[in-house]
Design a protein around this ligand. Sequence first.
Ligand code: ZN
Ligand code: ZN
Length: 268
Amino acid sequence: MPLVLTALWVVVVVLELAYVMVLGPGPPPLGPLARALQLALAAYQLLNLLGNVGLFLRSDPSIRGVMLAGRSLGQGWAYCYQCQSQVPPRSGHCSACRVCILRRDHHCRLLGRCVGFHNYRPFLCLLLHAAGALLHISVLLSPALSALLQAHSALYTVALLLLPWLMLLTGKVSLAQFTLAFVVDTCVAGALLCGAGLLFHGMLLLRGQTTWEWARGHHSYDLGTCHNLQAALGPRWALVWFWPFLASPLPGDGITFQTPADVGLVTS
Ligand SMILES: [Zn+2]
Ligand SMILES: [Zn+2]
């Protein structure tokens, strides 16, 4: 079921891109160079979306296959009765995934699996590029939207954007107008959702916290901005946003974590 949902929203975004660029009202009038650049941007965003979704789903963030027995148990280790195993600090059991997740952040319902130590990078990059792609589509649709505004009253356009299904079912709009409103609505709502997620997780990233730790006010693993970025995204943390397949190996193993004292930070 989660895989079906993931596949569904990827198909929706791809279809929206295709609709806008091929079948839809068309992009704003652009010169050949600007149009080529715009198409290149669309291809780049699509590659990033698909690459990050693939990496996210391929990486297993759980404790499955991780050698935990015999590791020196110390502070922060716990016993999970469901997994019947000792589990390392920052891990957490997910009732949906039915397994403990290393450095568990949260269970992503849209992608159907947990966000943890091994798939945090593709998750963040996905938020960035999904927001970018949806904004891109919204900009491409803006001429068609302004044409709609010029042809009809503001009230009609607002009603169409807020209640497209009702307007279609009552026969007040054509199928083309409904499709335009539906695509604009999903793009704007999706871009706002991804943008808000990106801001929130950007804040967590800089603070070295998981969502769970943030909710409880824990700061035990805040190593300072630069070390936090390296711990979550690897040494090339500034470049990983641009290409999903850029190598940037994570410094840790998801089992043991550096503390502020390890990097020379004095905690009060
Ligand atoms: Zn567990
Ligand atoms: Zn989960």
